[in-house]
Design a binder for this molecule. Structure first.
Ligand SMILES: Nc1ncnc2c1ncn2[C@@H]1O[C@H](COP(=O)(O)OP(=O)(O)O)[C@@H](O)[C@H]1O
Ligand SMILES: [Mg+2]
Length: 212
């Protein structure tokens, strides 16, 4: 079973505070300006039910989920997101930009949490079954990203992890990019936000030329 790749599906990846939300709005603006039908979405979440699962994942007020619980909740949310939001939009010809997708599970539930990568790959094949055509990885040193993210207010459950967890997230993402160089574009996200956005937009324009 192989993943169905949609060239109109673009994902943004990176750790906390890398600038994904900032870049997402820049890409959405570029696509909408040309009259393109574009859906922007995020993970975990992207449907009402999946957003509720996000709440369960990030809440600090109940007992922490075990690693397996976290993994299955993330994929439960993703299953809903794929079926209810992403695939319907792609099938009607829209572009979809998602703030995080399955690569995040390889980085967080796999590399950082120590989950079984083969099991994650199996869930990807059986439950997700689709992949983005292009993925922009915003790479930033952990301390820089966390400082930006913590400027946003109270930390959620994941943001409250220790720095070594985020070092493994970062390494996990860079490993994904190394394994799939044709899909990934790695951007140095320590640069000023306007420069990062401009580089992301340049990748998008190049992608649009190749995939009209
Ligand atoms: N390249 C950048 N340089 C400095 N600050 C940035 C940069 N990109 C984003 N920020 C700021 O850092 C914070 C986190 O950015 P955000 O886009 O929310 O990151 P993410 O969605 O990856 O967690 C925001 O306050 C944002 O304005
Ligand atoms: Mg964000």
């Amino acid at each position: 079973m192989t993943l169905r790749v949609y060239s109109r599906f673009i994902t943004l990846e990176g750790g906390e505070g890398a600038g994904k939300s900032t870049v997402l709005s820049a890409l959405r603006d570029v696509l909408s300006a040309t009259g393109t039908d574009v859906v922007s979405t995020r993970e975990p979440g992207g449907t009402p039910l999946a957003e509720q699962i996000r709440g369960l994942l990030l809440d600090t007020h109940h007992e922490p989920p075990t690693a397996d619980t976290e993994l299955l909740l993330v994929f439960a949310a993703r299953a809903q997101h794929v079926r209810e939001t992403i695939v319907p939009a792609l099938e009607r010809g829209a572009w979809v930009i998602s703030d995080r997708f399955t690569d995040a599970s390889y980085a967080y539930q796999g590399a950082a949490r120590g989950g079984d990568i083969e099991f994650i790959a199996e869930l990807e094949r059986r439950v997700v079954a689709i992949a983005p055509g292009m993925t922009l990885l915003l790479d930033v040193p952990v301390d820089v990203g966390l400082q930006r993210a913590r400027g946003r207010g109270a930390a959620d459950r994941i943001e409250g992890e220790r720095d070594d967890f985020f070092e493994r997230v970062r390494a996990g993402y860079l490993e994904r990019a190394r394994l799939q160089p044709q899909r990934f574009r790695v951007i140095d996200a320590t640069q000023p936000a306007a420069v990062v956005a401009a580089q992301a937009v340049a990748h998008l324009r190049e992608w649009l030329e190749r995939n009209p």
